[in-house]
Design a protein around this ligand. Structure first.
Ligand code: PLP
Length: 285
């Protein structure tokens, strides 16, 4: 319960990918609620190819020393020793992430073995509840990281919301079958039925590149956003980072979003789905 409450504190915030202490300071200055320390942002992971692993602990510690906001770091799906290493350096949150190469094609980490809160990606309600059952304190859409294309994040967020609405509409005697179909414990489905929400915060991630993208995800019901490649692959990272924070805080205010979107310089170039060779969200299927 404590970890769930920690993750609640990030609500309404923007979590930014950073690769250097300098970028981490820019993110903090711009109003990020946390930073994600990693050696390569997703756009560069795509470009580099090969096996992508947890970052060098010394590199992560350099970022921890540079900022006072929480620092997250990624481990591979199923790689519980990478998670142990991140916990050993007192990381604030671990992202068990499909952006890195999966270490296990079947099992995710038993996140209940750890004190540190975990965030995990999900494309639909079943995945979200399976990760929560394993102990995740926070969920995010998978989106399609490193593309600058918000289309997958939109469909994941819409699908989760639609499936929650469906669960809410069921009779209580129909929840057993719903649990079977979703491949999740009955108790979690009963909680969703009673509350009409996920039991943890659900952020948007994967392809968010502009203030309008970020506000779109908030209007679709996200509790906050992760911005990976969008900021430090753009022409003016400090200004874009601050603009995205403003857009998330004021996501209903179109005039303000127009203002902060003006003269931002070049956005990241981005790639369309049809041009992508590696669909990270499809990993493990
Ligand atoms: N997401 C990724 C990236 C995976 O590798 C896997 C399976 O290994 C899954 C999701 C599916 O996990 P589950 O069916 O438990 O939700």
């Amino acid at each position: 319960a404590l970890n769930k409450e920690l993750a609640q504190m990030l609500k309404g915030g923007v979590i930014m990918d950073v690769t250097t202490p300098e970028q981490a300071r820019i993110a903090e200055e711009a109003g990020a609620c946390a930073v994600m320390a990693l050696e390569r942002i997703p756009a560069d992971i795509r470009a580099a190819g090969g096996v992508s692993r947890m970052s060098d602990p010394a590199m992560i510690q350099g970022i921890q020393a540079a900022v006072s906001i929480p620092v997250m770091a990624k481990c591979r799906i199923g790689h519980f020793v990478e998670a142990q290493v991140l916990e050993a350096i007192d990381i604030d949150y671990i992202d068990e992430s499909e952006v890195l190469s999966p270490a296990d094609t079947i099992h995710h980490i038993n996140k209940r073995d750890f004190h540190v809160p975990f965030v995990c990606g999900a494309k639909d309600l079943g995945e979200a509840l399976r990760r929560i059952n394993e102990g995740a304190a926070m969920i995010r859409t998978k989106g399609e990281p490193g593309t600058g294309n918000v289309v997958q994040a939109v469909s994941h967020m819409r699908l989760v919301k639609k499936q929650i609405a469906h669960i809410k509409s069921l009779r209580t005697d129909e929840l057993y079958e719903a649990a079977k179909t979703l491949q999740v414990p009955y108790e979690l489905v009963a909680t969703v039925h009673a509350t009409g929400t996920l039991p943890v915060v659900n952020f948007a991630a994967g392809g968010i590149a502009t203030p309008a993208d970020a506000a779109l995800m908030m209007q679709l019901g996200a509790d906050g956003v992760f911005v990976g490649s969008g900021i430090f692959k753009s022409g003016n990272p400090a200004q874009r980072a601050a603009a995205i924070v403003q857009a998330v805080t004021n996501y209903q205010d179109a005039a303000l979003i127009a203002h902060v979107s003006s003269n931002l310089g070049e956005a990241m170039v981005g790639i369309n789905e049809a041009e992508i060779e590696l669909l990270m969200a499809e990993r493990g299927q």
